[in-house]
Structure formats: structure tokens, C-alpha cells
Design a protein around this ligand. Structure first.
Ligand code: AMP
Length: 484
């Protein structure tokens, strides 16, 4: 199917061609006709599926009848409101709106907190049809009467589950109360907890449900690998792995804390690897600059915390490295969602010490995948890494014969497949039901026949690659390359 079959006007089709898109992604194929027909939508889709264009293109199409070259602000009331949970995501959506509307005289802006309000006020005074905003700053403008929402015809709530995580739902409810009830509304969320469903009931009228992937699904174009390593050797292993990557390959590295974030970036810099960090303690300007430097290729490695990385859209990122595994398995899925986007190949590398094995077990259970493990010589894990639970507790236990044999080998070696699935069961997890209702103990069942394969647009063979236990190290360390 091509974009021209979706009923979009020539100005938008031209912008899509300019962006280099040749065919719509599954969410675009589903959402565009439904939004064009004027229906409300409840969309289940992750970042990386092309959902931004999925809602922006038909939105622009519907707004095009209002497009005006008049300079009078009165001719440019706010007609569309797009709400996003973070500044980064808001900016990213705004960039898409600008790109797709470049052949239309529609005005758009982005308003978010942490920066001076005055330039935003000046911009709003000019008259703006499309406002992309974070909820808190939007309410600041409402309070100061610098924005009027009485003519809003379209409301889009992006990443509603993140809004919930970040405590924005009361703000969203306040905003809903300010909008005309006669409007078209779209809500996108990766999960649908009871709270999100309640919000959807309040916000949407007879919504059409569009779903392309569950949150626990990972793109089949991603190759996963775990490097067991002792925690004290992680920094050196990270530098080693990055040095062995193709120079042009950029890497996003995840860490747990803001403190570790800056320290690790400095460590890499000291080892002549250009790196910077992005975390919540940095000013908005510093975060924007760092992100721009990374996007433009000025810096090769970006070290980030989960919070700072939310909503980052970095095109064609070949690999993500988990310096530490995340505390919750679902964050692993979010982290690695930065690679393997839109059907491209990606690599998710995790440096795992003995004390993180239970996190690894949780992740494997969630993604229904036994991740291939590979020790890099010179960067071995703690001796108890490969032992069972009892061995883990016996700190003084001697290495097994196999481990001794492995330690003396000079070659990179493959860790044999774990014999017992039980070993990967989450320790101490009493409750297998996630807050969003997902049952970790049950296998994935597609709720929609369109779901996973189409969502990644991957060839069927790509899925099989992930499950291959043994892969040459050259492949894992850089032979993957970018897909043109
Ligand atoms: P999103 O899920 O909206 O964050 O989009 C993920 C990435 O896919 C962005 O970098 C988009 O530019 C890109 N993208 C969106 N639609 C298409 C398409 N039809 N073909 C190729 N790339 C696309």
C-alpha cells in the first residue's frame, strides 16, 4: 500500500515523500483512514512504530480547510492540541508537525516548562493552529490567559501511560474541562490500565481501537546479547565494546542514576570516546544541546537515565547498551525501543553482574526470550555468576570445573544455553500481575491479528535471528551495520 491510497491531500503527500517514506507503517495504515473519517481513536502503539505520523498526517489533512495565509491572529485560533508527557517528546512531535505541514500555511508551536514563558506568549499571540504542549506549562498559560482553548477541534493525548506514571492525569482532566465537547479526540498509550481506560471513557466518544503491538513485545529486528561481567570491570568493558564498534555507530548507554550518568560520560571522555550525558538534573537547555549534538553526530555516545531518555527519537540508532539492567523488566523494553525502529536492525547489549541476574530473569520472562550470553575475555563476571541460587548465596564457593576451563581460555567463548528454565524465574516475585494487568506468567497472546510481525515490518527471517544462540563475535561487536 502507498500513502497516496490513504486519501491524503497532495501537500501532505509531498511532505511524506520529502521525508523519504515510501510506504505507511501498520499503525499509519490503520489510523489514517479512521482519523480522516472523523472518528475518535484509542491507539495502542509504542514509540518507534510511526505513530506520530499516524496521527499528525490525518490531523493536518483535516485542518487544511482552515489553512490561511492571513496575518491576522484571529484567523489562526488554536484548533489542535497535542499533549505529550515530556519536553523531549513534545519537541519531537513538534518537529514532525513542522515537517509534515511544511507545504501548508498552518502554524504550529511547542510549549513546555523549564524555560522562560515570554517567547511562548509572543508566539501564541501571533495566532497558532496547532499547539504541542506538556500539561503543566499549558495550564500555566491557561492561568495567565495567554492561550484560548475555546476553538479546539482536535485533541491528541500521546503516551497516556507515561502521563499516568508521571502524575499528570489530574492536569489532563483539568485541560479536558476547558475544551469544547464537540471535538475529535485521539488517545495513544502503550498499555491500558484501568486508570487509562477511565480517562479514555471520559475523553473519547465511540472510539475505534487501533493496536499494533503490546508493550511487552520487542521488535523482532533487534538482536539481544548479555555480557556477564563483574561490576568493577563494567566501565572498562563498555569502553572496549565501543572501541570495537564501527566508528560511525552511535551508542545510547543506559544507567540507573544521574550521578552514574555524568561519571560514566566523563570516564569515556577520558578514554577518548566522545560522550555526554542526559539526566533530570541538567537544565532544559543543556539537555536540548546534548541531544542535538548526539543527533548531529558531534558526540558518539549518549549516557542517559530512563527518565531523561523518555520519548527520545534518535533515528537509525544501531545499538543500545544497558550499563546496568533496569529495575523493572518493562523498562528494558522501553530502553531498547530506541533501536531497531521502523523495521531497521538493532542491537541491545546488556552488561550484567551477578547481582543483576534476577533482573535478567525478569526481563527474559517478559520478552519470552532466552538472551544469548557471551563473556568477553578479560572482563569475566564474578565467580558466582553462573551458579544456581544456592551457589549465589555461598560466597566462598569455588568456581566449577567448567568455569575454570572457561577462565583459562583465550578465545571469546559462548555461554552454553541455560539448562533449566526454572533458574530464570523471578526471585521473590510473589505477584505475577503487572500494574497494567499484564500477566507475566502467561505466554503472549496477540489480541489483534495485525499485531507483532506487521508492527516491525521485519522479514520473517529476522525474527528467527534473535533466537539463534550462537553468533560470531564480529557480528555482535559491529558487523551488524546500518540498514540503508
Ligand atoms: P514514531 O513512532 O512516531 O516515533 O516514529 C519512529 C520513526 O519512524 C521516526 O523516526 C519517523 O521519522 C519514522 N517513520 C515514521 N513513518 C515512517 C514511514 N512510513 N516510513 C519510514 N519511516 C517512518
Amino acid at each position: 500500500m502507498s500513502f497516496s491510497e490513504l486519501g491524503l491531500i497532495p501537500e501532505i503527500l509531498q511532505a511524506v515523500t520529502d521525508a523519504g517514506y515510501t510506504e505507511p507503517t501498520p499503525i499509519q495504515r490503520q489510523a489514517i483512514p479512521v482519523v480522516l473519517a472523523g472518528h475518535d481513536v484509542m491507539g495502542g502503539a509504542q514509540t518507534g512504530t510511526g505513530k506520530t505520523a499516524g496521527f499528525t498526517l490525518p490531523l493536518l489533512n483535516r485542518l487544511a480547510r482552515h489553512a490561511s495565509t492571513s496575518t491576522s491572529p484571529a484567523r489562526h485560533p488554536v484548533r489542535a492540541l497535542i499533549l505529550a508527557p515530556t519536553r523531549e517528546l513534545a519537541m519531537q512531535v513538534f518537529e514532525s508537525v513542522k515537517m509534515y505541514s511544511k507545504h501548508l500555511p498552518l502554524r504550529s508551536t511547542c510549549i513546555y516548562g523549564g524555560v522562560d514563558m515570554n517567547p511562548q506568549i509572543q508566539e501564541l499571540r501571533r495566532g497558532i493552529e496547532i499547539v504541542v504542549a506538556t500539561p503543566g506549562r499549558l495550564l500555566d498559560h491557561v492561568q495567565q490567559k495567554t492561550i484560548a482553548l475555546g476553538q479546539v477541534e482536535f485533541l491528541i493525548l500521546d503516551e497516556a501511560d507515561r502521563m499516568l506514571d508521571m502524575g499528570f492525569i489530574p492536569d489532563i482532566r483539568r485541560i479536558l474541562a476547558l475544551l469544547p465537547s464537540n471535538r475529535q479526540s485521539l488517545l495513544f498509550s502503550a498499555t491500558f490500565s484501568d486508570e487509562i481506560k477511565k480517562l479514555a471513557d471520559q475523553m473519547l466518544k465511540n472510539p475505534q481501537l487501533i493496536e499494533v503491538a503490546r508493550r511487552n513485545m520487542v521488535s523482532e529486528t533487534i538482536t539481544h546479547v548479555v555480557h556477564p561481567v563483574s561490576s568493577g570491570l563494567k566501565r572498562n568493558l563498555l569502553a572496549h565494546l565501543i572501541r570495537h564498534e564501527d566508528e560511525s555507530n552511535q551508542v545510547l548507554v543506559f544507567v540507573d542514576t544521574k550521578f552514574a550518568c555524568s561519571r560514566l560520560a566523563h570516564f569515556l571522555e577520558r578514554h577518548e570516546i566522545s560522550a555526554d550525558s542526559i539526566h533530570g538534573d541538567k537544565s532544559q537547555q543543556a539537555r536540548t544541546e546534548t541531544l542535538e549534538n548526539f543527533k548531529s553526530g558531534k558526540i558518539r555516545v549518549l549516557v542517559a537515565t530512563d527518565v531523561a531518555a523518555r520519548g527520545l527519537d534518535i533515528e537509525d540508532l544501531p545499538s543500545v547498551i544497558n550499563f546496568e539492567l533496569p529495575h523493572t523488566a518493562e523498562d528494558y523494553v522501553h530502553r531498547i525501543g530506541r533501536t531497531g525502529r521502523a523495521g531497521k536492525k538493532g542491537k541491545a547489549v546488556s552488561l550484567v553482574s551477578a547481582e543483576e541476574r534476577h533482573r535478567l530473569a525478569d526481563i527474559q520472562k517478559l520478552i519470552k526470550l532466552e538472551i544469548h550470553q557471551e563473556v568477553v575475555p578479560g572482563y569475566e563476571p564474578e565467580v558466582d555468576f553462573f551458579e544456581g541460587e544456592s551457589g549465589r548465596r555461598r560466597k566462598t564457593s569455588a568456581p566449577t570445573a567448567r568455569q575454570q576451563a572457561e577462565s583459562s581460555s583465550n578465545d571469546r567463548r559462548k555461554r552454553p544455553e541455560r539448562p533449566e528454565r526454572e533458574r530464570t524465574a523471578p526471585r521473590g516475585r510473589q505477584n505475577h500481575i503487572a500494574p497494567d494487568g499484564f500477566d507475566f506468567s502467561k505466554p503472549y497472546e496477540a489480541t489483534n491479528p495485525i499485531a507483532p510481525q506487521q508492527a516491525t515490518a521485519a522479514p520473517a527471517s529476522a525474527g528467527r535471528d534473535i533466537h539463534k544462540a550462537q553468533r560470531p563475535i564480529a557480528f555482535l561487536l559491529g558487523g551488524l551495520g546500518r540498514k540503508a
